[in-house]
Design a protein. Structure first.
Length: 190
């Protein structure tokens, strides 16, 4: 058994209906709407002007477009690696919670990439260690749910996290570039 499969077997499923339900709830993006609202509130509070608020929102969407676009639009169809929940060699040996199998391909994890892109972008934007720690833990919780539910191999998660870091960093670089351009033209940024 490969290392990828061994690590997956360690994290995948349990005999606990409570833990199964927690994993299903935590993997849903709708669960995290309050976090997204809190991040938006923090942006509004920090940025002060509508133009700067829209700049931050635009750059975070750029980060997400980069992370999700690469994961779902390019890599999954190009690589064509079956998710553990769809792999004929594994699908009957792993726990599939509530028959939740998601789409056919899983390399690399869009959940890992997107949540890490958000975590890195806001960590760089706000410069708060406690905030960065919370956001990175949030991203890792999302990654755990994907392993628990048998939707990704650990290498899917690892590559998703790495691409998410890059995407969040790129979004922040775009923000810095545009911020300096706006500031150099004499527009109010505060």
């Amino acid at each position: 058994m490969s290392l990828d499969r061994s690590v997956l077997a360690f994290f995948n499923g349990s005999d606990s209906a409570v833990l199964d339900n927690i994993a299903l709830v935590l993997t849903s993006p709708y669960t995290w709407i309050p976090l997204y609202i809190l991040l938006l509130w923090a942006v509004v509070k920090k940025q002060k002007t509508a133009g700067m608020i829209w700049l931050v929102i635009g750059c975070i969407f750029f980060s997400l477009l980069l992370s999700a676009g690469m994961a779902d639009g390019i890599m999954k169809p190009l690589v064509g690696r079956l998710r553990p929940s769809h792999d004929p060699l594994l699908m009957n040996t792993i726990d599939i919670v509530g028959d939740y199998r998601s789409t056919q391909y899983g390399f690399f994890s869009g959940h890992a990439a997107n949540t890490m892109a958000i975590a890195i972008f806001f960590s760089l934007l706000f410069h708060k260690r406690w905030g960065a720690t919370i956001l990175i833990i949030w991203s890792l919780i999302n990654c755990w749910t994907r392993l628990y539910l048998g939707l990704h191999y650990p290498s899917d998660i690892l590559f998703g996290l790495l691409w998410g870091m890059f995407s969040g960093w790129m979004g922040f670089q775009l923000y810095n570039y545009l911020f300096l351009k706006i500031k150099s033209h004499g527009y109010k940024t505060y």
